[in-house]
Design a protein around this ligand. Sequence first.
Ligand SMILES: Cc1ncc(C[n+]2csc(CCOP(=O)(O)OP(=O)(O)O)c2C)c(N)n1
Ligand SMILES: [Mg+2]
Length: 794
Amino acid sequence: MHESEPSGIAPLSEEELRELDAHWRAANYLAVGQIYLLGNALLREPLLPEHIKPRLLGHWGASPGLNLVHTHVNRVVKQRDLDAICIWGPGHGGPAVLANSWLEGSYTDAYPDVTRDADGMARLFRQFSFPGGVPSHVAPETPGSIHEGGELGYSLSHAYGAALDNPGLLVACVVGDGEAETGPLATAWHGNKFLDPVHDGAVLPILHLNGYKIANPAVLARLPEDELDALLRGYGHDPIHVTGDDPLAVHRLMAHAMDTAVDRITAFQQAARTEGDTSRAHWPVIVLRTPKGWTGPAVVDGKPVEGTWRAHQVPLNQVRDNPERLAQLSDWLRSYRPEDLFDEHGRPTPQVLACVPDGQRRIGSNPHANGGRLLHALPIPPLEHYAVPVDKPGSTLHEPTRVLGDLLAQVMADTAERRDFRIVGPDETASNRLQAVYTATGKAWQAELLDSDEHLTRDGRVMEILSEHTCQGWLEGYLLTGRHGLFSCYEAFVHIVDSMVSQHIKWLRTTRRIPWRAPIASLNYLLTSHVWRQDHNGFSHQDPGFVDHVLNKSPEAVRVYFPPDANTLLAVADHVLRSRDYVNVVVAGKQPCFDWLTLEEARTHCSRGAGIWPWAGTDDGSREPDVVLACAGDVPTQEVLAASDLLREHLPELAVRVVNVVDIARLMPAEEHPHGMPDREFDALFTRDRPVIFAYHGYPWLIHRLAYRRAVHPQVHVRGYKESGTTTTPFDMVVRNDLDRYRLVMDVIDRVPGLSVRAAAVRQRMADVRIRHEAWIREHGADLPEVVDWTWHR
Ligand SMILES: Cc1ncc(C[n+]2csc(CCOP(=O)(O)OP(=O)(O)O)c2C)c(N)n1
Ligand SMILES: [Mg+2]
């Protein structure tokens, strides 16, 4: 307990204590029941083998701790009429969260057939970890949850994301002591340096030291208390320790800890909001040290279980076949005295429900945890105000992300009051040329400020921290609670969140099938500073593979765009910022890039997703083209156009069709992706049998993977990044990877029947330029003048 605390908090009355304990016991009973029971839910008959599930699946160890927290969150929420949600880090404790949702009635609201009575309890038990039922973890199906917790580590960043711009919200966040060992969780503590006590809500982390992970002790649980205390203080928190294994004593301590924490949070918020106090708040953290699997079987087969790692999953197994185990389970269940907790109809008694809040204050019913219900469409200004003029394709240059930055600045300005749009990134917003947003908002920052700092403000809505995990977690938490955002990231380093995005896509895929979950804003990535233009960096910064990863995931929830110029980027951005329930990956350059399309053309091109650029080829529609030059990505598009230019010069009789692909999923079969092209459309665009030279931004194999079922596939030859990277000139990057215009012309000559002999001299000239290029860059440190000065002059 905090030493200097003025002890103004009234201790629990005996009645309150009994009520809290009754609620906790009921939740524990329901958790055990879900793991074990198929029938005899209320134990009104002796427990028999046929009452036991044939497969015992789930996690008991985390459950009593989660139940304890839920009981005590209920208490403060009800007593103080708080607007609160909970994030359950050890989400494998699903039985606990489901039990609490059932007790408070939010479960029945979402699933009316799981009534709050004996029948409903039987259903609740049966469905858990059962075919056709519900997952064993806290999941999208769980009312009140925005966090699955299956893959550990993201609870605290989700909690901070949820609290941002929700000044009235308290986000209680249970962090497992095992979970706390993960990288993402370890860095998420720094969220407190970004949380503005004026405009944001509060996060109350509850570090649950039950001592163990699956089979090992947890590191933090084996630190002496003063060392752990110092660690948490070092993270800028003010710890409140609750330790014990006697339920009533722990209830007293926990109630006091919750009151203390909420009082301190309120005091910080008031000081900041009414007195203008700008000192950094040292927010409370509760350190809850209770046994793993608390109240479960103490010893099984002579081995200690309660309070050890053995309590992690199902502490008693083979219950159906082993009468001794069956009796032990019966004793365990009866130890909660179900007859005192549920009435003759199986409904929880008033004593059990005394601490439970009402209506939308119930943790399972809080609309923040079903964020789509709170979502408002983003005000997106008319693109005409930002579009670049294009009188003639390829004659002017713009930096696409800088153009986008102006639009985003307006979105920031237009959401200044409503505060429901944020940009996150690992210190790259300006580097990615989006700095115009700083005209409308600053970068969130609560730590020390120096005169030399720029754009750092307490209430800024750009969030920069050098942890891609934290950026991703913040944004997910923000979106899941009904707001909008963008993650601007270096293309290579977004891989760091591969696994997190997989989990988010799973979440979206699942929620799309849950009628009571309202759609949320899409998670939008802007991947710039991409593989082809790492001029300052090199090999370490070159990896276009995130797209491959994302396209493996649920097609219904993933979209990938390669806008080739500034106006197309605007059109794509407009689309993704309006969309719902997707993960959108937008890959766009920040370097000066030719303007190919007017805004009008860009819009039409984006609606098509892939289309012929008639002005770029020599395919006049009078006959089938001799070759298709396809491209996806800004740099490949430029190389294809330059190749088309060379072909016109050297082989003017060749009918060349140029196809640009913005929406890469258009290449997939229509049955496999909602954007996939029907064969007929694909064949019309790419032909059924002409050589297709495809210049692609990323790893070439992806195009083969997406197009392998198409008639023309044997004729498709893809150029892309093949891991030949270094710090070199922009054109050398494409040469090294055989994506350059000269190589593309050679590819055409090699593949169009009849050309190889006839055009051998042209081919040789192309090869010669590549050799000259090599020598030139070594001498001059810059690209060949004919490359640097090239423009589309047709
Ligand atoms: C990232 C990740 N790695 C490994 C696992 C496998 N796993 C499931 S539960 C668990 C132990 C979790 O311990 P803790 O966070 O202390 O939760 P407790 O069960 O003790 O409440 C592990 C390692 C996982 N779920 N996620
Ligand atoms: Mg643990």
